[in-house]
Design a protein around this ligand. Structure first.
Ligand code: ADP
Length: 329
């Protein structure tokens, strides 16, 4: 895979105020890379440096063999598209007009679009799946729809690289998933280099090709999600009181106050949900534990039910209620 942009000993920051020291890293074409880290870690500063909004304090950023600082604004606009996530409340234009703005690095000062530009705009709108929104005013879109329109605008810019600053902020969970999947697909199908900052750790771990982990104490660590997890780095960065990384599921979990262990026998979906509910209220469960016995029974017609202390229970909720009553005795 081709390196699109490379950082050589880059220190980011502002006048006399280094933020991240000596970064050596690169981004590959065809990959979705997520930049994770707590607030104030330096994610925006890094994105601004990589997109040449601010210069690095030291080191070199190499874009297609050239130092970023020697690339003209017009050429840069044909190489890197930047999607920012401030809510643009005064964008009084249609989706189609917004996406057409992406063509500005290729059009004359007056911005007239040729047939080829219009074709790129159409293709970009179709790629993100918003054909039905093309005549809508951007101000009337939902946050998720507007994010798609901004991604289409970046695609219309026909750059190899797309940087996005927290594109999933403000979105509901299904829309976050949709945007992440869309970006992943664009990286794969179009061979783009996509680099985005996000706070959506769990989603990033499930979909990103690479993760860049950044914080003030540990600096920058880069790897595929599973390597970072295996090396204990995710725990180092994100474990806090009450939040633990589960190394077998590869996900973070809320740590509950432990109340005890119960004996849970059986298998299947009901068993798994019962186990989950028990965990949520503080009980570990195992088929060999001593004490309170819960069994998942299967009838011949496939019906599953919970048996506890010899009596059948109608729902998981009733089991939880029973355990809570027991605790209060
Ligand atoms: P993040 O995006 O991870 O939340 P930032 O890159 O915004 O972090 O900030 C990193 C550090 O740089 C913070 O300490 C912040 O106060 C500082 N910083 C951000 N912008 C400026 C600026 N324009 N001038 C000086 N310091 C800044």
């Amino acid at each position: 895979m081709k390196t699109s942009i490379e950082l050589k000993d880059v220190t980011t920051g502002y006048k006399n105020k280094p933020v991240t020291d000596n970064i050596n890293a690169y981004l590959l074409a065809g990959e979705l890379t997520c930049l994770l880290g707590p607030n104030g870690a330096g994610k925006s500063t890094l994105l601004k440096t990589l997109s040449a909004f601010i210069p690095p304090l030291s080191g070199e950023i190499i874009l297609e063999g050239k130092n970023l600082k020697n690339i003209t604004a017009r050429i840069l606009a044909r190489s890197i598209a930047v999607v920012l996530t401030n809510r643009p409340s005064t964008m009084n234009m249609t989706v189609e007009e917004l996406v057409a703005v992406g063509r500005s690095p290729y059009t004359s000062f007056f911005g007239a679009l040729h047939a080829a530009d219009k074709e790129v705009v159409d293709k970009s709108i179709s790629l993100v799946g918003i054909d039905d929104l093309r005549h809508r005013n951007v101000n009337t879109l939902s946050d998720g729809e507007r994010q798609k329109a901004l991604i289409a605008k970046a695609l219309a810019q026909q750059t190899q690289i797309i940087f996005l600053d927290e594109p999933t902020a403000f979105l509901d969970y299904p829309s976050k998933v949709e945007i992440m999947k869309l970006l992943y697909k664009i990286a794969k199908d179009e061979g783009k280099t996509i680099f985005m900052s996000t706070h959506d750790l769990e989603l990033a771990l499930q979909i990103a090709d690479k993760i860049w982990l950044l914080d003030k104490t540990h600096g920058l660590h880069i790897g595929i999600p599973e390597d970072l997890a295996f090396r204990g780095l995710l725990g180092d960065y994100f474990e806090r009181g009450g939040l633990r990384f589960n190394y077998s599921t590869g996900q973070f979990e809320i740590e509950h106050d432990k109340k005890g262990v119960v004996r849970l026998k059986g298998s299947g979906r009901l068993h798994d949900m019962v186990k989950k509910a028990l965990k949520r209220i503080g009980y570990d469960s195992s088929p060999d534990a001593e004490g309170f016995v819960i069994e998942i029974r299967n009838e011949q017609d496939g019906h599953e039910y919970i048996e506890c202390d010899g009596s059948a229970l109608p729902s998981i909720e009733s089991l939880v209620a029973k355990l809570r009553r027991q605790e209060n005795l």
